[in-house]
Ligand binder design. Sequence first.
Ligand code: SF4
Ligand code: SF4
Length: 234
Amino acid sequence: MIVGEQKPLEEIFRMLSGHERILVAGCRSCVAVCHAGGEKEVSILAEALRLRASLANHPWKVEEITVERQCEREWVEAMGPLVKGKDAVLSLACGVGAQTVQVLYPRIRVLPGLNTSHMGAPDMPGVFVEKCGGCGDCLLHLTGGICPIARCAKSLLNGPCGGSQNGRCEISPEVPCAWDQIVRSLEAMGRSDLLEEPIPPKSWLTARDGGPRRTVIPTAVISEEQRKMKGERP
Ligand code: SF4
Ligand code: SF4
């Protein structure tokens, strides 16, 4: 899931200055799980904005909506009636969701209410840890199901480095050494032999460094004509 955190309130207030009719829009998926942009957070933030408006004499009129997934145009299209007449949408989705809203409503300012942090998972209640860097060329089969790209501070493919001590990373005793975890995981599955095969240098062409990435599912692609028939915008 994508993990995000709400921007500081003062930053949100500053972004909204100069706007009047505001829609706070949340997402019920990833960012709801990490307590950043679900229905509850939308409601609390909308209320904080109304309070600020009345205390600071701002002309803000604030409405709210939370959709299932802000990254999918079908859900975002359903926001249409509420977006109409607004001059700003404060998106509490990740950056993908906020950009989807902007594409569908190009005349309205879409403002990011969250900082999109990483792709992670809940490790324990209230703690989310980055687990994947989205490198586009997964090698978990070689590393016991533990990602060295995202979880090793140095993204080493043949670790551990000399700074690993007692299973902890040198950057902080709170950070487990990913390569210590990889060794243990491979031992547990009886595949320590994989450690003896060096992982060759990785091609980063599939990673972010190669520019914006794109995934095409040929069987799900529909023709331009079919899209027009469905009334979709290009
Ligand atoms: S917009 Fe999509 S990717 Fe982003 S938080 Fe919502 S469901 Fe996840
Ligand atoms: S190897 Fe790449 S795709 Fe696989 S988990 Fe790590 S960053 Fe993600």
